[in-house]
Design a protein around this ligand. Structure first.
Ligand SMILES: [Fe+2]
Ligand SMILES: [Fe+2]
Length: 194
């Protein structure tokens, strides 16, 4: 199945961009007038997606970049920025949409995430595409396999939150790599059986 997944998975840099797009698109549904239920679903979706994404980058993407010559300043601050993001996620999870700090904590989290994503998309991803060009597919397949493991215990929660935050027509697109990864794995398993 490994070669099959390598062929079917998006490259690691494409998958990282899809994750960023998904988190930002979810946050774009958030306004001060959004209902409490929807605010909670948006926060749940953003927090879990960021946690899984950060772990995938730390386990697979950053170590691959360590081995090649990239901008050390940007790479070295990535993990501490993830840790700060995790601190804000823990704070957000301790709050309810009616609490005074709920909106500002989510906005602060997303402001930090946007800066972090800008560094990744303008420095680290292009560097990976230059310096790791022949490994992007294999790394993408590893990321798909690991994503499925990390997301599996949260499958019900992801479905409920996605349904609450997205109109049905955009759900498939918005769930991005996660759904794509699941479909690819299913297809790869079917092909292997035949
Ligand atoms: Fe990151
Ligand atoms: Fe990222």
């Amino acid at each position: 199945m490994k070669p099959m997944l390598n062929k079917l998975s998006p490259s690691i840099t494409k998958m990282i961009r899809m994750d960023h797009t998904h988190v930002l698109a979810t946050f774009h549904k958030f306004t001060p007038e959004t209902s409490a239920d929807k605010k909670q679903a948006i926060a749940n979706t953003v927090c879990l997606a960021l946690e899984i994404h950060a772990q995938l980058e730390e386990e697979i993407f950053y170590p691959a970049l360590q081995a090649v010559a990239v901008d050390r300043e940007v790479l070295d601050k990535s993990k501490p920025e993830h840790d700060e993001m995790r601190r804000l996620i823990a704070r957000l999870r301790s709050l309810q949409p009616g609490d005074a700090d709920f909106d500002t904590t989510l906005q602060q989290l997303m402001r930090d995430v946007m800066h972090h994503v800008a560094d990744e998309e303008t420095v680290l991803l292009p560097a990976a595409e230059r310096l790791l060009a022949d490994r992007l597919g294999e790394l993408g397949a590893r990321m798909t396999r690991r994503r499925l493991e990390l997301a599996a215990p949260h499958a019900g929660e992801i479905a409920v939150n996605t349904a609450r935050t997205m109109p049905a027509t955009t759900m498939v697109m918005a769930a991005g790599g996660l759904i794509a990864g699941g479909l690819l794995l299913k297809k790869a398993l079917e092909l292997r059986r035949h």
